[in-house]
Design a binder for this molecule. Structure first.
Ligand code: MLT
Ligand code: ZN
Length: 489
């Protein structure tokens, strides 16, 4: 969708249209490869910066700046603030709510050339890097140093550390390592007026005053541009194991989760679920890869353990699975026997988002609910779309309604995989999904953020006073509203 698809959103006339004199100024202190301009009339030149990963949102920016230092980011922001030029900070552009692409002609501030690892302390585990370091490179560096990055995501090959922190993404191991609000030790941030605020050298414990960095974690680049991150890396476990399980109801998913917490306890590091629709799409997407289980099931669970002793952990996991089979809790299971099988099992989980996106696009919701209600939102939405006769083989517009997510975090992702985006589908989904979440006292954004998609919808899970506070914070940091406009609050 370009902005024309949203007639209710108007370009803020207070923002200056970026012109040749602005580009001339930027070129006066940026290298040639730090400025990208779209040639006149060429709408496609900057498409990879203007368009999001889901092909759902597309801005119309003609200018991308890719500074290589914090000082340059600061100079850019100071000028943009003085000139009232709107700016969208951008990491790996894998965001899922239209937060990292422009809506109109905002200047794109890409962090991708700020990609250096700054420091690592193997004693405390403190890892410092530029915001633009790609997550897989952070993982690789830390693995080589016997540690792990405390967060993993299906988009790890493209997403950047700064973007992940700005989104407050949770990922696949939050159950074990906790959220970024706990793991981030310090941040370096450029404010809209160009000031640099940094506590990147912070120690693990620091109670001197308000913990300002927390505001930038999950702020989606609306009050400052994160340029550097210090994060607590965990010691690398010696043994990783996983299992892929087929079972028949979401009640059993919950029973199995309680059992896993009790019986796998300290080695449990992920507990993910997928429904039948998830596997339908991944089977079609991973067509050359044989599926792990013999039969079709209503639900699938991936459990990962990580610990310090392979023989002990394997035995614990196999006993747990055997008991669950004996108790007839689960129908079928495939335990990984080696690293290749371990990776294959994860591939089936991590491929759910790209599989859903591969038919044309997807409507995407990311919600927190009490565990007992977690899957009910997917059932309610699927029923509604089915009743309208929209799900099925082509020419029906919807391929599948897919529910999956992080049981340990009470977080479900609902992907409506479509052949085309239509106003009819959109009208059936919204505000129904949000009203449903509100009725169950859930959250309309668990880990993907608010962005353009959920802008204006915060009242479904935040009180009036909370929203007023958020607006005051935005105004305090960004009085000209130039940073990532039309989004968030
Ligand atoms: C996931 O859990 O796979 C991620 O949040 C990404 C997604 O849902 O697309
Ligand atoms: Zn997720």
């Amino acid at each position: 969708f370009t902005a024309e698809a949203y007639p209710q959103v108007h370009r803020n006339p207070a923002f200056k249209v970026p012109g040749p004199e602005d580009v001339k100024y930027f070129r006066s202190f940026l290298d040639a490869d730090e400025v990208l301009e779209a040639p006149q009339g060429d709408d496609e030149a900057l498409v990879s910066f203007n368009q999001d990963w889901m092909n759902k949102y597309r801005g119309q920016s003609n200018l991308v700046l890719l500074p290589k230092s914090t000082e340059k980011v600061s100079k850019i922001m100071k000028y943009c603030n003085e000139q009232k030029l709107a700016v969208v900070p951008q990491g790996g552009n894998t965001d899922l709510v239209g937060a990292s692409v422009p809506v109109f002609d905002e200047i794109i501030l890409s962090l991708k050339q700020m990609n250096k690892i700054r420091d690592f302390d193997p004693v405390s585990g403190a890892f410092k890097c530029d915001a633009g370091v790609v997550m897989k490179d952070a993982h690789q560096f830390l693995r080589d140093n016997d540690h792990i990055f405390p967060l993993d995501l299906p988009s790890r090959n493209a997403c950047q550390v700064g973007g992940v922190v700005s989104t407050n993404a949770g990922g696949l191991n939050l159950l074990r390592y906790g959220s970024l609000h706990g793991n981030v030790l310090g941040l370096e941030v450029v404010l809209p007026n160009g000031e640099i605020i940094s506590n990147i050298d912070a120690l693990r414990k620091d109670n001197t005053g308000y913990d300002l960095k927390q505001l930038f974690i999950g702020a989606e680049g609306t009050i400052g541009v994160i340029t550097g991150v210090s994060i607590l890396a965990a010691a690398k476990p010696k043994a990783f194991n996983n299992v892929f399980i087929g079972l028949e109801s979401f009640d059993v998913v919950q029973t199995l989760f309680v059992k896993a917490k009790k019986e796998l306890s300290e080695i449990l590091s992920a507990f993910e679920f997928m429904d039948r629709g998830s596997i339908k799409c991944t089977i079609e997407y991973l067509k050359d890869m044989p599926f792990l289980l013999k039969n079709q099931h209503n639900f699938y669970v991936l459990i990962e353990t990580s610990g310090s002793n392979q023989a002990h952990d394997s035995e614990k996991l196999t006993t747990f699975i055997q008991n669950a089979l004996d108790e007839k809790l689960i129908s079928e299971a495939k335990v990984s026997d080696n690293i290749d099988e371990y990776n294959t099992i994860w591939t089936w989980r991590k491929s759910v988002p790209p599989a859903c996106n591969s038919y044309g696009g997807m409507y995407k919701y990311d919600m927190s609910l009490k565990l007992k209600d977690l899957y009910s939102v997917s059932e309610a939405v699927t029923k509604r779309l089915d009743a309208a006769g929209l799900i099925g083989d082509a020419p029906k517009p919807i391929v599948a309604s897919v529910g999956y997510g992080h049981v340990g975090d009470g977080n479900i992702h609902l992907n409506i995989a479509v052949r085309e985006f239509t106003k009819e589908i959109e009208g059936l989904l919204e505000p129904f999904v949000y009203e449903y979440i509100q009725s169950k006292k859930g959250s309309i954004s668990a880990e993907h953020g608010v962005g353009f998609h959920k802008h204006g919808h915060l009242h479904y899970c935040r009180s009036e006073i909370e929203i007023r506070f958020m607006k005051e914070i935005k105004k305090h940091y960004d009085p000209n509203f130039i940073l990532n406009p039309y989004k968030y609050v």
